[in-house]
Design a binder for this molecule. Structure first.
Ligand code: AGP
Length: 369
């Protein structure tokens, strides 16, 4: 087992550090930024139909559902197709309205999650076209779908999903870019720029990982926190949900993720000097709004850890701790901003003596309801 962990203490840490490679693998043979092309072989037969799509429904559970929420923003922004994201477990039991011209994307690392499988069987019986975004080749969900794109992240052993999440987001982003290009909803110039920015992500993830020691120090300070709040806006809202889920599942600390603007509708009552608040506050279109959300928390003495864009000179002066991520195109930010949150939850859990790779009560794939 020590050999399989490749010198890391846990599979989870190894998988976090594998992300420059796993993200590159999820683009290999697909994105060619030098030639300015993007090909998703599995979807090529459907591209004409997808260009006319009226609606996309995304289903998944847990972290895969979070990847779906990121995809909702990206598809709507680039391809201008309405997207609904559903928990597979809710979708399958609420007599959903599914039309034969709907496209359903099922996201699943294992490809074996019972609720996700049942959701696609339901959608299929109503005539929808189903695509899979799975990591495990030949899995039940991969076989049940009409077509799809594998994430190619390699085996993920740690129960807490890390590299599978970033690979899912990378594949879904490629789908959105390809469909947007086909539909003509983005300019050729933006298309080329996105391919270049996407190709630069693995190297930028490598840069984020260099902050591991600093994140470890921050984790040490908050080891005994009883609660955590994660706040983000726009594309960083699903990142906040994912950061909170990661912390809960491996450290057993209660954590909640919220869209930052929702704070004043309730959660702000929780803020005091004992409440760590993680803001995902990169420089994007919601930057100024999130700066004022940080002020609201600091005014109530909350302790703030902020994920910011390299070179930010404002937020570091307002908060207790900052972790920088490199600049990228707005729609790619989750691929960078999610990484420090994985490391933060990992180090907190290790310092609390938790069984990081196999947390209590959890299974890697949930094959029963
Ligand atoms: C993530 O860290 C979880 N362990 C869990 O939420 C997981 O993402 C969920 O069970 C879905 O699994 P799948 O991607 O294999 O379908």
């Amino acid at each position: 087992e020590a050999i399989e962990k490749g010198g890391y203490d846990h599979f989870m840490l190894k998988e976090i550090f594998e992300q420059p490679r796993s993200i590159a693998d999820s683009m290999r043979g697909r994105v060619n930024s030098e030639e300015g092309t993007l090909q998703l072989g599995g979807l090529s037969d459907y591209m004409d139909k997808l260009a006319e799509a009226k609606r996309i429904i995304i289903v998944g559970c847990g972290t895969s559902w979070h990847a779906g929420l990121v995809a909702e923003y990206v598809f709507e922004e680039l391809a201008r197709i309405p997207v609904e994201v559903e928990y597979a477990s809710e979708f399958r039991y609420r007599n959903p309205i599914i039309n034969p011209d709907d496209f359903v994307i099922a996201i699943s690392q294992s490809g074996e999650t019972a609720d996700t499988l049942a959701a696609i069987q339901l959608a299929k019986s109503k005539g929808a076209t189903i695509f899979g975004v799975c990591n495990v080749v030949g899995s039940s969900i991969a076989r049940e779908t009409h077509a799809g794109a594998y994430t190619h992240a390699g085996p993920e052993i740690g129960v807490a999903s890390t590299k599978a999440f970033t690979a899912q987001v990378t594949v879904l982003t490629q789908m959105a870019i390809a469909i947007a290009h086909k539909r003509g909803s983005i300019t050729e110039e933006l298309y080329q720029q996105l391919l270049l920015d996407l190709s630069a992500i693995p190297q930028k993830v490598g840069q984020v990982l260099k902050a591991a020691d600093r994140i470890k120090e921050i984790a040490y300070i908050f080891t005994y926190a009883r609660n955590f709040i994660y706040l983000g806006r726009g594309l960083n809202f699903p990142v906040a949900l994912e950061g909170a889920l990661k912390l809960k599942e491996i450290s057993y600390i209660h954590a909640e993720g919220y869209p930052a603007a929702e704070m004043k509708h309730g959660p702000i009552a929780l803020i005091d000097e004992d409440m760590p608040v993680v803001f995902i506050a990169t420089k994007d279109s919601s930057y100024e709004k999130i700066v004022s959300n940080i002020q609201e928390v600091k005014a109530r003495k909350g302790r703030v850890i902020a994920i910011v864009t390299e070179g930010d000179e404002l937020i570091p002066n307002m908060v207790d701790f900052v972790i920088e991520v490199p600049e990228t195109h707005d729609i790619l930010i989750p691929l960078l901003s999610s990484i420090p949150l994985q490391l933060l939850s990992y180090y907190v859990a290790v310092m609390r003596g938790r069984n990081v790779d196999q947390p209590r009560n959890l299974a890697k794939s949930v094959t029963v309801e």
